[in-house]
Ligand binder design. Structure first.
Ligand SMILES: [Fe+2]
Length: 199
């Protein structure tokens, strides 16, 4: 693995451009889902896991500074190119924006789209649980909230449904899979229940 593909380099890039705690948590959540997906939809090697994880971690790294559809993820794409990130990584990141016109062809590209909005939605569901923890979230509660239009309005439900379909997985199974992928990093996401216990 070369230096640029190390997790430390990806984290440094993310935190250089992203100060928002919630955006950093979003990046970590998508990274965790992508790492899990690499074993299910990729070849399962350590290198592959790192690649998929990197894509998840940095897919929105330019968003805080350049949030408009005119700039995100294009600005980030230029920076990634300057810094020597591979075409494979840059293409996957470009493809997660519906409006970019970059098609999602590879399993990694499809997985990124299928995990992005869903990871945010699962996090939002955890936050309204009494203990604010991922341990309280199940597939049923996520599906129920998806039907509630007033809840987490910014999360596009169609992207979640279409993302799973394009990846070729049953939606319920994919939601459950992502919930499980997020649980190991519940503490980093602030969703391990300690937010309540310390009050
Ligand atoms: Fe995202």
């Amino acid at each position: 693995m070369n230096e640029i593909n190390s997790r430390a380099a990806a984290w440094a890039l993310l935190t250089e451009f992203t100060q928002s705690e919630s955006l950093r948590k979003h990046a970590l959540a998508v990274e965790a889902c992508m790492r899990a997906c690499s074993h299910k939809f990729g070849n399962g090697s350590a290198e592959d896991e790192n690649l998929w994880g990197t894509v998840g971690l940095i897919h929105d790294f330019d968003y805080e500074r350049w949030p408009t559809p005119e700039e995100h993820p294009y600005k980030g794409n230029e920076i990634l190119k300057e810094r020597g990130y591979s075409d494979e990584i840059r293409r996957a990141i470009m493809s997660h924006a519906e409006y970019s016109g970059v098609s999602r062809d590879t399993p990694m590209e499809k997985a990124l789209f299928a995990c992005d909005e869903l990871a945010g939605f699962i996090t939002a569901v955890a936050l309204i649980k009494p203990g604010k923890s991922l341990a309280e979230v199940d597939v049923k509660s996520v599906r129920k909230r998806m039907k509630d239009k007033a809840f987490a309005r910014k999360v596009n439900r169609d992207d979640i449904v279409n993302g799973a379909a394009a990846l070729g997985v049953d939606l319920d199974a994919h939601i459950g899979f992502c919930i499980e992928a997020l649980k190991p990093i519940a503490k980093e996401l602030g969703l391990d229940g300690s937010a309540i216990k310390t009050v």
